[in-house]
Design a protein around this ligand. Structure first.
Ligand code: NDP
Ligand code: ZN
Length: 242
């Protein structure tokens, strides 16, 4: 794996993907450079999953090029060969379908894809669970973040048996993610309780608590949305790729 031609092959994929994703940003409020995500996948596969297979590592780096940029499968054939293109195709959603259908198909297809594709998918879900936990997309509620984690678990179920170390890492990352979200929920509730204990005359009715929670959520979303708008002004609409 340390052979010079292997290093050159990895760098070629990074160079290609960086160019294709050059005007895109991830959905976190800081609008991280898009390329951080494919690089993270390859790093997870190598470091956590012990993957040394060049096809898998290159496919991980290229995994979102067709789905999220104007790259064609023919282009991947030309630059990287049929094997890599096939793995990328296995992890590429059909953007012509409605989102809910695409999400359903990911769950349905996962058990039937190749082992390299399962490994790439696992790394993708690890990266996105970390994202949703620590750097969530602008304007996502806690519920939406939870729903996203639940969905990844269903997709990952179909990828099991392909790489135990990665699967174990996913389980830990998911557990931490759920704990974090639970903590955030509890903090909101505790604050409400402290407020009413400190001054019983301020004790809120269940309806008032529901209203307060809603406006608190609206306020935090407005702040996130503000950052989001700033990023749109800086990077343009293209910074969110879908
Ligand atoms: P999206 O598909 O719109 O967004 C998630 C995708 O965005 C990821 O899979 C990832 O894809 C990419 N992404 C970019 N930046 C980040 C980041 N910082 N962290 C994580 N992922 C990032 O989300 P969904 O439509 O799947 O929504 C999540 C869940 O919420 C669904 O289960 C849906 O049913 C539910 N939902 C809830 C709503 C609500 O208001 N309660 C409204 C709509 C949906 P990639 O790796 O391919 O780039
Ligand atoms: Zn991805």
């Amino acid at each position: 794996m340390n052979e010079p031609n292997h290093i050159a092959a990895i760098l070629k994929a990074i160079h290609f993907a960086a160019d294709k994703h050059r005007n895109q940003r991830r959905k976190d409020v800081e609008a991280s450079p898009y390329i951080n995500h494919p690089i993270e996948l390859a790093e997870l596969l190598a470091r956590v999953g012990g993957v040394t297979d060049l096809i898998t590592l290159q496919a991980a780096i290229l995994h979102d090029t067709v789905e999220d940029t104007k790259t064609s499968f023919a282009e991947l054939d030309d630059h990287f060969g049929i094997e890599i293109r096939k793995v990328v195709a296995e992890v590429t959603d059909d953007k012509k379908l409605p989102k809910e259908e695409r999400k359903r198909l990911q769950i349905e297809h996962a058990p039937h894809i190749s082992t390299p594709a399962k490994q790439v998918k696992l790394a993708d879900k690890i990266s996105n669970v970390l994202g949703v936990t620590n750097y969530p997309p602008a304007d996502w509620s806690l519920e939406r973040r939870e729903e996203y984690l639940d969905w990844t678990e269903k997709v990952v179920k179909g990828c099991r048996g392909s790489n135990p170390a990665l699967e174990n890492h996913y389980d830990n990352v998911l557990q931490t993610g759920r704990q974090q979200l639970e903590l955030l929920k509890r903090e909101t509730t505790q604050e409400q309780e402290m407020h009413s204990e400190a001054n019983p005359s301020l004790r809120l009715t269940p309806e008032q608590i529901a209203k307060a929670t809603e406006s608190r959520e609206r306020l935090s979303q407005a702040i996130i949305q503000g950052l989001h708008q700033d990023n749109i002004e800086i990077f343009g609409e293209d910074y969110i790729k879908k």
